[in-house]
Design a protein around this ligand. Structure first.
Ligand SMILES: Cc1cc2nc3c(=O)[nH]c(=O)nc-3n(C[C@H](O)[C@H](O)[C@H](O)COP(=O)(O)OP(=O)(O)OC[C@H]3O[C@@H](n4cnc5c(N)ncnc54)[C@H](O)[C@@H]3O)c2cc1C
Length: 410
């Protein structure tokens, strides 16, 4: 039987499901709420194609040497920017891509009525809204890699958007299949990680809601965003008070992310996709502020430059690495994996009463408080450990900046 050797590095991209000619692999949720491939031993013929096509095992194959150029970006179209998470990089580019490319398709994450997120393809401008905005949950992408391969082989242009690991998975899948990549364009989100599906289950349970409709709104402006919209008995409502917005609070603790996210191989300055898009946190408000949202856009390749040049109705202002790097850790370093790994304890926490679970998740308890107690109990050692952690981040940021400047980046 094939042994999928990625272990904790597995990002749940689902490429192994697509490459298996025997349909022996499926993605299943584990006890901690993360998707992993599961192999049916009766069907498997041990060809090891799944392992050979795994980007997590072969991430060295997906290296871009060029260091991109950073910009502050926002769309000038109100309906686009208001429905996007930050400045609308994705939707504005996707709109003009569909208008200008002959028979092109766009692929991205869609929050479906069953409260799960799936990667789907769209072919018309009206459907862009389905892919807009951040979904803070795993996007199930099985089957989409085969679809992209098919579209490229039909001679059609494809714009693929997803997390950096999904983009890496796609490139690795297509390269392994000998597909031509000249008509493939990619946009990756600047991602700090995908949380356990448990958070959404609890969010729906405490709200007694039927659906999650949106993870982020801009009803109070972009900087005060991240309010969750639910639907109960056919009525949509927005959580106005952030203190009682469980999903917003629990996600931002960053304590219950997928294990591979704490060791993300793509949180580095040499990005994977043609364009990287994130929220422009830490922006110089005098220079760049737009209350409806500002994206930090990194253009990483010639194809990326072409996509942006072909897009109108946008405000694009060059920014420097020195301005944006210190506030956007995931551009050069994975999310910190603190001492108590929350993701390991989801199954155990599930046995507790709902109110206690809510308290634990929205306070990042397994990290924040236990760590504080631990620090307090073993103060001398841990104090230095804490200092070491911050110093490591600052030093890394500094050394990445000098590397960029040495290589002629701005
Ligand atoms: C899980 C997650 C973590 C993020 N972490 C950060 C961060 O730490 N720092 C930061 O600056 N920005 C982060 N972002 C990105 C940010 O929220 C915006 O997506 C980004 O600024 C681009 O905004 P936009 O306005 O161009 O487009 P948006 O309207 O937000 O759409 C961008 C694209 O994101 C893709 N997408 C949405 N959800 C998912 C998903 N679950 N899986 C894969 N693809 C998805 C869709 O395909 C969509 O096409 C994160 C996004 C997600 C989904």
């Amino acid at each position: 039987m094939s042994v999928l050797s990625a272990g904790n590095k597995c990002t749940g991209c689902g490429v192994c499901v697509d490459v298996c000619a025997c349909q022996a692999i499926s993605l299943k949720e584990d006890i901690n709420g993360f998707y992993y491939p599961s192999v049916d031993a009766d069907r498997c013929v041990s060809c090891d194609k799944c392992d050979k096509t795994c980007h997590a095992v072969h991430s060295e194959n997906i290296k871009r040497n060029e260091i991109g150029k950073a910009y502050a970006f926002w769309s000038l179209e109100e309906d686009i920017i208001l429905n996007s998470a930050s400045g609308g990089v994705f939707a504005q580019i996707a709109k003009e891509f569909l208008q200008k490319s002959d028979n092109g398709v766009v692929v991205g994450a869609y929050l479906a009525p069953d409260n799960k997120t799936y990667h789907i393809e769209i072919q018309s401008e009206q459907d862009i809204i389905k892919l807009q905005n951040s979904k803070y949950q795993h996007s199930i992408a099985t089957g989409i890699y085969t679809t992209v391969k098919k579209r490229l082989s039909e001679g059609r242009s494809v714009l693929f958007s997803g997390t950096p690991c999904m983009v890496a998975a796609l490139y690795h899948f297509l390269q392994s299949n000998g597909s031509a990549l000249d008509k493939l364009y990619t946009i990756e989100i600047l991602c700090h990680g995908i949380p356990t599906s448990e958070l959404l289950k609890i969010g729906l349970a405490i709200e007694q809601a039927d659906h999650i409709c949106k993870y982020r709104t801009k009803s109070e402006g972009w900087l005060k965003g991240n309010r969750t919209v639910y639907e109960k008995a056919g009525v949509k409502y927005e959580k106005k008070n952030r203190r009682t917005d469980f999903l917003f609070r629990s996600y931002l603790t960053m304590s219950y992310l997928r294990p591979s996210c704490y060791d993300c191989q793509y949180a580095r300055i040499n990005r994977v996709a043609d364009i990287t898009a994130g929220d422009y946190w830490g922006l110089n408000r005098q220079k760049y502020l737009n209350h409806n949202g500002v994206s930090l856009m990194i253009v990483n390749s010639e194809k990326g430059r072409r996509l942006v040049n072909d897009t109108s109705n946008i405000h694009v202002a060059p920014t420097s690495w020195r301005e944006c790097l210190p506030y956007n850790q995931n551009l050069f370093m994975a999310t910190n994996n603190n001492f108590f790994n929350g993701w390991k304890h989801v199954a155990a926490i599930r046995k507790l009463p709902l109110s206690l679970r809510v308290f634990i998740y929205q306070n990042g308890f397994t990290n924040k408080y236990l760590q504080l107690v631990y620090h307090w109990l073993t103060r001398p050692v841990c104090f230095f450990r804490f200092l070491g952690k911050n110093r490591k981040r600052k030093q890394l940021c500094k050394s990445v900046l000098s590397q960029i400047e040495r290589d002629g980046g701005e």
